[in-house]
Write a protein that binds this ligand. Structure first.
Ligand SMILES: NC(=O)C1=CN([C@@H]2O[C@H](COP(=O)(O)OP(=O)(O)OC[C@H]3O[C@@H](n4cnc5c(N)ncnc54)[C@H](O)[C@@H]3O)[C@@H](O)[C@H]2O)C=CC1
Length: 546
């Protein structure tokens, strides 16, 4: 289902370890190395480009737990427990209430499962402080195409841009796995039942041992704390799939620049990752397994570091953007238009990550609702969701003059202009935003490609952008727009296409809620569109943002 046309970013450098060298061959030092105090002496990297390689990592798992004194409290966190998505108060925010990481103490369970999607290593500016209760998880809007690259809407970690790695791409990855991959997956299987504990322990270790890194993360870690770990574990699990993984990690590395992530942070993360895994996979953990993780993490982090370094040469870590228009289309949907402080290059169909001044270091993904414009303005369709603090602030609080921050563009749900295939576009709710951008993109290329848009909404009142779409239809004879309203239609959005077609000559684009994406992929395959011609935002990412 993941299309193969995804364009990989050019390699930014020759990455250090390809995962096949000897154990501990990177700057990441296995636990058998003499331990040193946090921030103390570290192994000198060898044979690496100057300056950008991080220092040695020292895993701190069961072999190092005595370094964290029992009863040691992790760095202070907001004392106000963040509300959960359903409005309830969370009683165990992390890492504040996480027991000190020791060999015998378990961190509190989180709600996250380990293998998941995307990314966010750290986030936001370290200079801002936040005293309000942090926002709970919020649906994010992404758009990574089901291709190999990354996701939509960043979820996560190594954060907003951490495009989710398409799991299904690796359906057959278990066959012919490398020895390291076998050991990695064995570890993952071992920790799967205690994924929440691994997550909690990982962040507790990270913030106890490296308190300076705490300021890179949002005040509220409830929604985002597992993003980094998820991204790392997802990448590790697919370490054999070089092509897809490199693109994913490069995007992840670039996306982390806006959080203030630097090369020297990676060893700290690596040692805590190994520390958490070795503790909770103790039944199978041995020197061989640790060496595999060291090699794998070294490879992963080096690709990210190199991509970030290359990106530094051509783009800012983030853009400031002033709100210049705010159009409340329904009681809970706004079209927000911003003017970036400097040129913002992107492609129609991509998404960005967005931070408001009201929730520092909390980023969410939103797709660009227009193709690139000559005036440089960008627009987003934002729906205020229950308990979604960032989306509510964008819909109900943002006004012209407010300054937002934008991360880099991401996602590969873009139009392939090398073909003249028709485009079948399904947009559900605010998922119509990138679909509109794709239509504008086709129009600007002056091609006479058929574009068939199906726009789904719960009620006719929810068709907040139908006027725009109908205007486009009037202007372009090659464009057809059909509204599918749940309350009135016999079938939901994806199945509605069955009454039209044939579609087997079309490229398909899906954008909307995860359920729509899932059923849409099934329907599209069923009507004869091959998987490699179906593009959509990452379901993993969408799910993780719910
Ligand atoms: N704002 C943006 O830039 C983007 C938003 N998205 C995602 O789009 C979604 C939009 O949310 P809402 O507007 O509340 O949409 P919604 O929940 O009201 O659903 C919109 C329509 O999608 C279809 N649909 C929904 N669930 C379905 C299912 N299980 N099976 C088949 N069809 C289904 C129906 O036609 C429904 O009317 C969010 O998940 C958001 O993350 C995706 C890309 C961009």
């Amino acid at each position: 289902m993941f299309e193969a046309r995804h364009t990989m970013d050019a390699p930014t450098t020759t990455s250090a370890d390809n995962g096949t060298s000897g154990g501990g061959g990177g700057w990441f030092t296995p636990h058998k190395q003499p331990e040193t105090a946090p921030g103390g002496e570290q192994e000198t990297p060898e044979g690496r480009p100057e300056g950008r390689r991080p220092a040695a990592i020292r895993p701190v798992g069961r072999h190092a737990t005595t370094e964290v004194a029992p009863g040691t409290d992790p760095p202070a966190e907001d004392s106000t427990a963040p509300p959960t998505a359903d409005g309830a108060r969370q009683t165990t925010p992390l890492p504040t209430q996480a027991p000190a990481p020791t060999a015998t103490t378990q961190a509190p369970a989180s709600t996250a499962a380990i293998p998941a999607s995307a990314s966010a290593l750290t986030s936001g500016t370290a200079t801002q402080t936040q005293t309000q209760a942090p926002p709970p998880a919020e649906p994010r809007v992404p758009s990574q195409r089901s291709t190999s690259s990354q996701a939509a809407p960043e979820t996560t970690a190594l954060q907003a841009l951490a495009p989710p790695l398409p799991q299904s791409t690796f359906a057959d990855a278990s066959q012919n796995a490398s020895p390291d991959a076998v050991l990695i997956r064995r570890t993952m299987a071992e920790v799967a039942p205690v994924a929440d504990k691994v997550t909690s322990y990982f962040y507790a270790l990270l913030f106890v041992r490296h308190p300076d890194l705490r300021s890179l993360f949002p005040a509220a870690m409830d929604a985002q704390r597992d993003r980094l770990l998820k991204a790392l574990l997802t990448a590790a699990e697919h370490i054999d799939n070089t092509e897809v993984l490199v693109a994913y990690l490069q995007n992840l590395g670039r996306g982390h620049r806006k959080y203030g992530t630097r090369a020297e942070h990676y060893p700290a993360v690596g040692e805590c990752l190994i520390g958490a895994l070795s503790k909770y996979a103790s039944g199978i953990w041995n020197a061989e397994t640790e060496a595999a993780w060291v090699r794998t993490y070294t490879t992963i982090s080096q690709v990210m570091i190199d991509a970030a370094a290359a990106d530094e040469l051509r783009a800012p870590a983030w853009w400031y953007a002033e709100v210049v228009a705010h159009d409340l289309r329904t009681p809970d949907v706004a079209v927000v238009t911003v003017r970036p402080d400097q040129p913002y290059p992107f492609l129609a169909g991509q998404y960005t990550s967005l931070e408001t001044p009201w929730w520092p270091r909390v980023w969410r993904h939103y797709s660009f609702a227009s193709a690139p414009r000559s005036d440089g303005l960008l627009s987003f369709h934002v729906k205020a969701v229950p308990a979604g603090w960032l989306s509510n602030s964008l819909v109900h609080r943002a006004r012209p003059g407010d300054i937002l921050r934008l991360g880099p563009p991401a996602g590969s749900m873009t139009v392939d202009h090398t073909t003249d295939s028709g485009l079948l576009c399904l947009g559900g709710g605010t998922g119509i935003a990138p679909i509109k951008a794709l239509v504008e993109d086709v129009a600007e290329h002056g091609e006479r490609r058929r574009v068939e848009v199906f726009y789904g909404a719960r009620t006719d009142h929810d068709l907040y952008d139908i006027d725009t779409m109908l205007r486009l239809q009037q202007s372009h004879p090659w464009l057809s727009v059909r509204a599918v309203i749940d309350q009135q239609a016999q079938v939901q959005l994806p199945d509605a296409i069955r009454d039209y077609g044939p579609w087997h000559e079309f490229d398909a684009y899906l954008s909307g809620p995860p359920g729509m994406i899932r059923s849409g992929v099934h329907t599209l395959r069923d009507v004869g569109i091959p998987s490699e011609r179906i593009r959509h935002d990452s379901v993993e990412e969408l799910v993780s943002a719910e």
